[in-house]
Ligand binder design. Structure first.
Ligand code: NAP
Length: 492
């Protein structure tokens, strides 16, 4: 059936999933696609994060769009700046700058009379028939609630607000937080800092990983033979690990999770020689309860004489450094706050108002959610990529977004072909989804007794709680019985 190619699309966010949406919409022939981005360029989390040691712990060849393989990665796990360059290049290859508007943070998005009206803080206004919300998850830095943050006389910065000109060599550096970010920072700064102190509130399980560089000969081979890239992307060993991991998440007592536990425990026992340090690094919760940390060298680095793991809690920050609860003042020149992100905001603080004035903030008062991570009742033609309750873990979010796009595209077709003017999940289906999701989420490893950014305010994981196979199946074919499709005159 013929599609209306004049539908007006607004894609919010020019990170990994927004770029994907914009490319796919233009490839489908839509003439009216606008890409709004709050920052001055594309890249999302890879633009925001530029801290020393940043890399992606998902194999580089698996962390690329399936339609844009990249022979140029310098190593098995790519450094952050290469990933940023990759997104810039893809943006250029698909001429997305023609439709992108930078410095345009969306302030409000209001639905009335069958139209979404979008306003940005910088004063831009536009209308859309369909909004694709691709705002990402980890982009509102979370400052820790530590007394005296403003009193420090040296340099203090959140890891996602890193100034690349900050001097590092020979300085006394404190890193607060030991999620993936803090661990990567410490790995990179060990040996460069004069003295490095890693302030650890809760220990982390570490999964060892090899990060081999690709040499020019290998890259040349990738250029000449894309099958070599596919062999890495679809490496059965890697895919088996992903499957094991995703099965383990949803079945905490499974053999898969026991294998993961044995791997991280073995690494701690054998990788850390000093028994006192080993006990400092031993978590008291289950592996993968927090996002697993993959590191080729963290344990090696923290065993160097100029690196300290500081436990026992931070009392406050003073002009000279960080005072811990045992009364010790750790004198520092630089403090890096690797304290994570407000992961429940998604498109907020933008004010989003759906049918009959329903406010997104009210719908998400308890926690952010969306049916199959894609759609909400009362928000017609408003679809998420990498939205709330999608799969999260140690696997490629690009694969997640591409599968989600396959689903979104089928919803859009209903509108584009004129079968309906508005599509959104029905209230009933949303309720069923959320009840089943919460019940399943409570049984996942994420709910097994630790704090993490996966948990909502109510302590329930905000994640996809079923297998990756089920996610792939659900994304392959929407159940249209769960959707309300309206041929609308005026519905506001
Ligand atoms: P995070 O995992 O949320 O970790 C925040 C850290 O800060 C935790 O260790 C936390 O301690 C600590 N913290 C927070 N407030 C504190 C306070 N007041 N005092 C002391 N410590 C405090 O954040 P992240 O490391 O930035 O990582 C976030 C996510 O980004 C990752 O899970 C991952 O999804 C993504 N990421 C991915 C990569 C990659 O290679 N693919 C790299 C970096 C980040 P507690 O554990 O005790 O709460």
């Amino acid at each position: 059936m013929e599609r209306n190619l004049d539908l007006r699309y607004v894609v919010i966010g020019a990170g990994m999933s927004g770029i994907l949406a914009a490319i796919r919409l233009r490839e489908a022939g839509y003439r009216n696609v606008t890409l709004l981005e709050k920052a001055q360029t594309v890249g999302g989390t890879w633009r925001e994060n530029r801290y020393p040691g940043l890399n992606c712990d998902v194999p580089a060849h698996a962390y690329t769009y399936s339609f844009a393989p990249n022979a140029e990665w310098s190593s098995y796990l790519a450094p952050g700046h290469e990933i940023q360059d990759y997104f810039e290049r893809v943006t250029a290859d698909y001429s997305l700058r023609d439709i992108a508007h930078f410095g345009q943070e969306v302030e409000s998005c209001v639905y009335a009379d069958g139209v979404w009206r979008i306003a940005t803080k910088a004063g831009m206004a536009c209308e859309a028939d369909i909004v694709i919300t691709a705002t990402g998850v980890l982009h509102h830095p979370r400052m820790p609630d530590i007394d005296g943050l403003g009193d420090f006389a040296g340099t203090i910065a959140h890891s996602a607000r890193w100034d690349e000109t900050t001097p590092l060599d020979g300085r006394r550096i404190g890193v607060v937080g030991n999620g993936s970010t803090g661990v990567q920072l410490v790995s990179a700064l060990g040996g460069r800092a004069g003295k490095l102190s890693h302030f650890q509130r809760s220990p982390q399980w570490i999964m060892p990983v090899l990060n081999e560089p690709y040499d020019e000969e290998q890259r040349d081979a990738f250029r000449r033979d894309p099958a070599l890239i596919d062999a890495i992307r679809y490496d059965p060993q890697y895919l088996a690990n992903v499957l094991r991991f995703t099965e383990g998440i949803i079945k905490p007592d499974s053999e898969e999770m026991q294998i993961i536990e044995a791997m991280v425990l073995g690494y701690l026992e054998q990788g850390v020689i000093d028994p006192v340090l080993r006990e400092k690094l031993r978590p008291d919760y289950r592996a993968a309860c927090k996002r697993l940390i993959f590191s080729p060298d963290y344990y090696q680095v923290v065993q160097q004489h100029d690196v300290d793991i500081v436990v026992g809690g931070i009392d406050r920050i003073e002009p000279e450094g960080i005072r811990t609860r045992d009364g010790v003042l750790h004198e520092l020149d630089l403090i890096i706050l690797a304290t994570g992100f407000h992961s429940d905001r998604f498109i907020r603080p933008a004010v989003v108002t759906g049918r009959r004035g329903v406010a997104l903030d009210d719908v998400w008062r308890k926690h952010a959610t969306a049916y199959n991570a894609i759609s909400l009742p009362d928000f017609p033609n408003f679809l998420f990529l990498n939205g709330p309750t999608g799969p999260v873990g140690n696997f490629s979010l690009i694969d997640v977004a591409e599968r989600q796009w396959g689903y979104v595209e089928q919803l859009l077709d209903k509108v584009a072909t004129g079968e309906c003017d508005e599509i959104s999940v029905s209230a009933d289906a949303m309720t069923r989804y959320e009840e089943a999701r919460i019940a399943a989420a409570k049984g996942t490893i994420f709910a097994s007794g630790c704090s993490s950014w996966y948990l909502g305010k109510d302590g329930v994981p905000m994640t996809w709680p079923w297998s990756y196979g089920r996610f792939a199946e659900v994304m392959a074919q929407p159940d249209f019985d769960d959707f309300e499709m309206v041929k609308a005159e005026v519905t506001a």
